[in-house]
Design a protein around this ligand. Structure first.
Ligand code: G3I
Length: 359
């Protein structure tokens, strides 16, 4: 056998091994990076926030993205310290038929968060919307409905006991005119449903932080006055730990001038405050000017939260335009989040990061 052939035969297994190893590394890299991920500029948002005062940066996570999209999962795990399942924990999802519980999507979100070291915001236990038909259209007496509510809170919080940092116990209880919002709950149970829900929640997971979460109460006014009154009463009974200000904005209604002052009066009651669902909807098609203006709104929001000592978390309502509730709910509007639908950083992302890092 010629010497060159002998050498080739000796070298071949090593070369083959090296090729296989390289292939395995490459495919591992792919599955970790995600073919749809784009590199984001600078350190992750949560890392910047940690180094500059410790604000926790969170995001809502769309269930489709979490389930099917590696790039989405990668950015979620890399950038954020808190995950709020966008829909998976809502009543219509977990109990579409009475007594038939479906935890698949909620479990997936909570497991993902645990694997990647994110805290979870449980969203949401008692809301007027996204209720299953059997409940929305049911004809329950007050006593029956109270039991339905208590059982739901105890069951869902019990399942995730010890794994949820904060629960949105009651969501959007106040109407824009400062009265109690009409709902299955307030119509049948009266205003006491709020304190009752919190009492049940406190028992179900005594270590979880309990929040009341409100939409459109960022500014001083009738709505936030009513919320303040509710929170004061809850706090007097030791039932509430945090007030969530959703902060759904657009360019016509950006961060209100009185927002910091408003948040401070809640904090003065001895509760934490949080930005829980921030986004900034743009009229489509959005051009450079709109994207720059949007970046300014995100920056203002970070500034407000950082200016209020008890504002300890800032959660965006989705982080990519690929998954955002805005185009569905407000036709003609979109582009509301930090990354575009290819997961590329928008000016808003850079402004958000810069505001987190500001001295
Ligand atoms: O799950 C069904 C699916 O089976 C069906 O085929 C499909 C057809 O439309 O609908 C799916 O449900 C949708 C659900 O999102 C999940 O994708 C609903 O139609 C849709 O209305 C629902 O929208 C959600 C909305 O709450 C409902 O009010 C948004 O994703 C969610 O971002 C939004 O989140 C709320 C917060 O929970 C509370 N604060 C306001 C915020 C924005 O509305």
């Amino acid at each position: 056998m010629p010497r060159w052939l002998r050498r080739l035969l000796i070298a071949a297994p090593f070369a083959l091994f090296a090729l296989v190893l390289l292939g395995a590394l490459a495919s591992h890299h792919d599955s970790v990076r995600g073919p749809d991920a784009k590199p984001l500029p600078g350190p992750p948002l949560k890392q910047i926030a940690k180094a500059h005062g410790g604000l926790l940066v969170g995001t809502a996570a769309d269930e489709t993205g979490l389930r099917n999209e590696p790039g989405f999962r990668e950015d979620l795990a890399r950038e954020f310290a808190i995950l709020t399942p966008e829909n998976a924990m809502k009543w219509a999802f977990v109990e579409p038929e009475r007594g038939k519980l479906d935890w698949a999507a909620a479990d997936r979100a909570v497991d993902f968060a645990r694997r990647h070291g994110l805290a979870v915001r449980g969203h949401t236990l008692v809301w007027y919307s996204q209720l299953p038909g059997w409940l929305q259209d049911g004809t329950f007496s007050a006593a029956q409905l109270r039991k339905v509510m208590d059982d739901h809170i105890a069951t869902e919080m019990g399942r995730y006991k010890g794994r949820i940092r904060t629960w949105d116990v009651v969501n959007e209880a106040v109407a824009d005119d400062g009265t109690l919002r009409p709902s299955v709950w307030s119509d049948t149970l009266g205003p006491s449903f709020i304190a009752d829900a919190f009492t049940t929640a406190r028992k179900a997971d005594p270590k979880a932080r309990l929040a009341i979460n409100e939409i459109g109460a960022e500014t001083l006014g009738r709505k936030s006055d009513k919320l303040l009154e509710i929170v004061k009463a809850l706090k007097a009974r030791g039932l509430v730990d945090e007030v969530g200000f959703q902060s759904h904005f657009n360019l016509e209604h950006g961060v209100p001038k009185s927002m910091a002052e408003n948040l401070r009066r809640f904090a003065a009651l001895g509760v934490d405050v949080a930005i829980t669902e921030a986004d900034v909807a743009l009229r489509e098609p959005a051009g450079d000017d709109e994207l720059r203006a949007q970046a300014g709104v995100y920056r203002d929001l970070v500034d407000v939260c950082r200016a209020v000592p008890r504002c300890d978390s800032l959660t965006v309502w989705g982080f990519t335009d690929r998954h955002s509730w805005i185009p569905d709910s407000s036709p003609g509007y979109g582009s509301a989040t930090l990354l575009d639908d290819e997961l590329r950083a928008k000016p808003a992302y850079r402004a958000f990061a810069a505001a987190l890092a500001a001295p």
